[in-house]
Design a protein. Structure first.
Lengths: 440, 600
């Protein structure tokens, strides 16, 4: 059964990002029209709930439920905050959606606002996405001009504004409360929960923070119906899904599929990433962005769904699948990722701020062949002291590469200690990892 | 009061609804460490040392951010908790310089003490420490006119940031950089410029923020005594602790080295301003009057004995009043205590034709504070305007307004006043404008000037008779603050040399005018006040107990008012904390306010 893409069907066509194109070939704001003229806000929430749409940002929380939790009986304004910070290493799906199909997101934002009783949606876009921001802002302008945003949309009395806010480039801003802090003009640092954003979010008002791909799915559900959505993919993992496949593969990129596609197909299948580059063999897979535990090649013949990947001991996360070949030193890989996490730790809470630095120092020492066997156990112990003890999930994210590489590749760590040098010095590796450039 | 009942470490506790687990634990005397939490500045949840295990919750919870619920079962000693807590202490000390022997906080440092109690015995960190600004003393950098900052010691609890944002009202401090490079910073390194800056030393749980006034001056174990009293530099009357450092054995005695706020929920909360905190130096300064003085026939002021000056008063001034009561006037500073005003009143009524003979003077200054501040320092630079008012003296526009001495000034400048008695137990610059008195003297319009003062100043230099009085720290006295709260200031030090408490001087002065009062002590005066003012807050002042310096045996009695608060709850089995409050029927008179209830 060939799957017909709906999110990225037209992304390779010229002008696919324009309003005219969206009106001629795609949804054309008909889902928004349907929602605001024929449905009550609660009907929209019920429909999204019935579809079983799960958040595409990483945690996979049911979107309809999230919207239902948004406090209704309050005089305060409510907000949709679209999380377009896409900063998980290996993830680049939202980038593509916003650049090539921005109106789907804008329509999703407007429907989301209608559903939770908000009048404003903020698209918090990653600092580095300067060119994407320009596209989005232009197309939002077009949508205003066409009457799809602004006052009294489709004569329904529903008002909706969408603003784009560009972050200053912090991984942590992708955490929902840190995103809210940053939107408010503060440092991107997480807030203590509870209260959850649904009760007290942006400007201490009820808010829903949704990923780009999540919101882009909403108009499709409204337009094509719950049955269409639930017919795609395995139970509880329904709907279209974007996968970012990268690493040592022949054809890296964003692929749209349903969640019954297997991780193996996505990496090795010809219609997807097309297998490993230069005839090398697959060594490990990071299935959901750099903060998810590594899977071995014999673990990847599973559906690339939230539940199946979780069952295998990892997470689908943002569906950023990184395939690693046999020329890769796993100690180096962990060190490289920890350099990123050490650089991106916001510094608010103690275990993450101090622990990430310590982990990186230990990994650097081991990778350079100067470590001792006890350093490997120390890595595990420090990781244990970070995991689950931080203010936000960052702590769990930064230890995942350490724990899972030691779990599966402890022999490589031990080899570094024994041999006094890196045992798998791949020719493609620079003498110094680029991520370490900012390390001081 | 709605309550909930929970269990902490097997102990069933009933607490007010809405309290956090940390608050409940502290009140119950269960030791839990904390750094980012401070009862005066709210919850941040970032330091992670206050973690506890709550039944039915999968992860450990920070007790500072967990609200007590009915039936909640909490453990602070579970194995997971003990390990997680120790891990956080290991993390906190990874980059902390451990220069405790040269750190001002050493000996009264929550990081030091809690690390000993809850941290691992040794660190597994074998990398060089993170260093900002340089190693050792180079790390001490300017942090504004009153403070120094040592970023190496900082554990990023952000109390200082939140104090500035929430209490001071001007968020001058922030974190620069992020992650492991995070550091406390001010815009363009210009430092903290605030009337409240000293509180940053109090809230800092390590030696990162120190005051220029106290740094390197003493060590906690060299400050054997602490006395609780109030500040009298303005009409607010903050509760304070006066830290007394022992002099070397050969020098004997002790000296005042530091003033910090002590918790008083009704007046100052946990805070005090820099005016009161750093303004104590004059008390033991070189300008203090150590004995009475008399102007000689040669025109110079020379030291004299008390009998000489009182004789001079009896011989020169009293006859003027006897001849014409209105020819002798009194100019009293609102720094005089309730007792002193009471004696003055008796003197004025007995010999000077009534209370109108006394004019009350104080100075007034607008304090530069941000609009958003929650701690307003009053404009009135004197502690007892309301005390003078309550005793029936004319006090101009009262607290918040200006003093009115225009009638006296006109009379002096017209030459109608033959003798003027100035009573000012504070440095003249705190009391206000005396220049017109000096000018009248220079013009020969004021034949006799008697000054009862504590410091040498231009006014004292013009006097014929100088009476050496005592500063507020050198006598037991009452002051009525701008809320109308009668508060007790306790004697912490002895008056220097032959100087005497002002109430005693004024009794003698009254006697010289033929007004015999028969009070043998300040307590006698308070008895008389209580008898004279039934039905007022003063009716119970006879019962006021004054605190005395007591030995500070533990850092929890330390400068940090939040830690003091803990002391009151956690170590009830130890000797009582300094001072004690005296609750009267009116509920108004307070000996020293020691909190018996923590902040809600």
């Amino acid at each position: 059964m060939a799957y017909e893409p709906v999110l990225t069907k037209f992304v390779k066509e010229p002008n696919c990002y324009t309003l005219d194109f969206y009106k001629a070939k795609d949804l054309g704001y008909e889902a928004l029209r349907k929602a605001v003229t024929t449905m009550q806000p609660n009907d929209v929430i019920e429909m999204v709930k019935a579809s079983g749409l799960r958040g595409r940002g990483g945690a996979g929380f049911p979107t309809g439920l999230k919207w239902q939790f948004v406090l209704k009986d309050t005089p305060k304004p409510k907000y949709i905050c679209c999380n377009a910070d896409e900063s998980e290493p290996g993830t680049f799906k939202d980038h593509l959606l916003m650049e090539r199909n921005p109106h789907l997101l804008i329509e999703g934002c407007a429907i989301g606002c209608y559903a939770i009783g908000a009048k404003v949606a903020y698209i918090y876009i990653r600092g580095e996405f300067y060119h994407v921001q320009k596209v989005l802002e232009q197309q939002i302008e077009e949508a205003y001009r066409a009457g799809f945003l602004g006052k009294n949309i489709f004569g329904s009395g529903f008002d909706c504004d969408v603003f784009v806010h560009r972050g200053a480039g912090a991984y942590e801003a992708g955490e929902e409360t840190a995103l809210i802090e940053s939107l408010e003009g503060k440092r991107a640092q997480p807030r203590i929960k509870p209260p959850f954003p649904a009760v007290s979010g942006l400007y201490n008002c009820p808010s829903a923070v949704n990923n780009v791909e999540t919101l882009a799915n909403v108009p499709l559900i409204i337009s094509k119906g719950v049955e269409w959505f639930t017919s795609l993919g395995p139970e509880k993992n329904n709907g279209p899904k974007l996968y970012c496949v990268s690493g040592h593969v022949k054809n890296p990129g964003v692929f749209e599929a349903t969640m019954d596609v297997s991780l193996k197909e996505l990496i090795l299948g010809d219609q997807y990433a097309g297998g490993m580059k230069d005839g090398r063999t697959l060594k490990a897979v990071i299935p959901g962005g750099s903060s998810t535990p590594v899977l071995l090649p014999d673990q990847i013949d599973i559906p690339a769904s939230f539940d199946a990947v979780a069952k295998a001991g990892s997470m689908l996360g943002s569906a950023a699948i990184m395939a690693v070949d046999d020329t890769t030193c796993m100690v180096w890989l962990a060190k490289n990722l920890l350099a990123f996490y050490r650089h991106e730790s916001c510094g608010k809470c103690t275990p993450c701020r101090e622990g990430a630095d310590w982990l990186l120092k230990l990994l650097t020492r081991i990778e350079a062949g100067e470590g001792q066997m006890k350093d490997i156990d120390l890595l595990l112990d420090v990781s244990k002291n970070i995991g689950g003890k931080t203010l936000c999930p960052f702590g769990d994210a930064e230890i995942a590469p350490v724990l899972s590489t030691i779990k599966h590749f402890r022999h490589e760590y031990e080899a570094h200690v024994r041999e006094g040098c890196c045992t798998i010095p791949a020719p493609w590796r620079g003498t110094r990892a680029p991520a370490l450039a900012g390390h001081h | 009061m709605e309550t909930v009942t929970l269990t902490i470490d097997g102990q069933s506790l009933t607490v007010e609804k809405g309290k956090t687990v940390l608050q409940a634990a502290i009140e119950a005397g269960i030791t839990l460490p904390y750094y980012c939490y401070h009862p005066g500045i709210g919850v941040d949840g970032s330091c992670r040392v206050c973690v506890v295990k709550v039944e039915k919750m999968p992860k450990l919870q920070t007790s500072c951010s967990t609200t007590c619920t009915e039936g909640m079962v909490v453990s602070t000693r579970d194995k997971d908790v003990v390990e997680a807590r120790a891990a956080v202490f290991e993390f906190l000390l990874l980059n902390h310089p451990l220069d405790c022997p040269v750190c001002d906080k050493g000996g009264e440092c929550p990081l030091q003490d809690f690390s000993y109690s809850f941290g691992p015995a040794e660190s597994r960190m074998d990398f060089p420490r993170r260093v900002f600004d340089g190693e050792g003393v180079k790390a001490d950098v300017d942090f504004g006119p009153t403070l120094m900052l040592n970023r190496n010691r900082c554990i990023l609890c952000t109390r200082c940031i939140r104090f500035m944002r929430e209490v001071e009202g001007d968020a001058q401090i922030s974190v620069a950089d992020r992650g492991n490079g995070s550091e406390i910073a001010t815009f363009e390194d210009e430092g903290v410029h605030s009337l409240m800056s000293g509180n940053l030393m109090d809230v800092c749980p390590v030696g990162a923020i120190t005051t220029r006034d106290y740094r390197f001056k003493s060590r906690p174990w060299d400050n054997p005594s602490v006395a609780d009293t109030i500040c009298t530099f303005c009409s607010k009357g903050c509760s304070t602790s006066e830290w007394i450092k022992a002099k070397p054995e050969w020098a004997r005695g002790s000296s005042l080295v530091r003033v910090t706020p002590s918790y008083n929920p009704d007046v100052n909360g946990y805070w005090m301003c820099d005016i009161g905190r750093f303004g104590y130096h004059w008390v033991e300064g070189d300008r203090r009057l150590r004995q009475p003085m008399l102007r000689t026939t040669a025109g110079t002021l020379e030291p004299a004995g008390w009998s000489d000056v009182l004789h001079a008063l009896r011989a020169k001034v009293a006859p003027l009043a006897a001849a014409e009561a209105s020819s002798v006037k009194v100019l009293a500073s609102a720094h005089a205590s309730v007792e002193e005003f009471f004696v003055l009143k008796k003197l004025a009524e007995g010999a000077l034709g009534g209370v109108n003979a006394v004019s009350v003077l104080w100075s007034r200054s607008e304090k530069k504070q941000p609009k958003a501040t929650t701690f307003v320092v009053p404009v009135t630079d004197a502690p007892n305007v309301n005390g003078a008012r309550d005793l029936g003296f004319a006090v101009g526009a009262g607290n918040g307004g200006a003093a009115d001495v225009s009638a006296l000034r006109a009379a002096v400048e017209a030459g109608k006043v033959k003798a003027l008695l100035v009573v000012d137990p504070a440095p003249a610059e705190l009391t206000g404008d005396f220049q017109w008195v000096i000018d009248a003297r220079a013009k020969g319009m004021l034949p006799l000037l008697v000054v009862q003062a504590v410091e040498m100043c231009p006014l004292v230099a013009q006097a014929d008779i100088v009476l050496a009085g005592a500063a507020w720290l050198e006598k037991d006295a009452l002051f009525t603050n701008d809320q109308g709260r009668v508060q007790a200031a306790s004697q912490v030090l002895s008056a220097p040399g032959d100087a005497r408490p002002d109430w005693q001087i004024l009794i003698d002065v009254a006697a010289a005018f033929g007004v015999s009062l028969g009070y043998l002590s300040d307590a006698d005066i308070r008895k008389a006040i209580a008898a004279a003012m039934p039905g007022t807050p003063y009716a119970s002042v006879a019962d006021v107990a004054f605190s005395r310096p007591v030995a500070a045996k533990h850092w929890l009695q330390a400068s940090n008012p939040s830690e003091r608060w803990k002391w009151d709850f956690m170590f009830q089995d130890l000797p009582p904390v300094k001072g004690h409050s005296v609750q009267t029927e009116q509920g108004f008179v307070e000996g020293r306010v020691i909190p018996l209830k923590p902040v809600g």
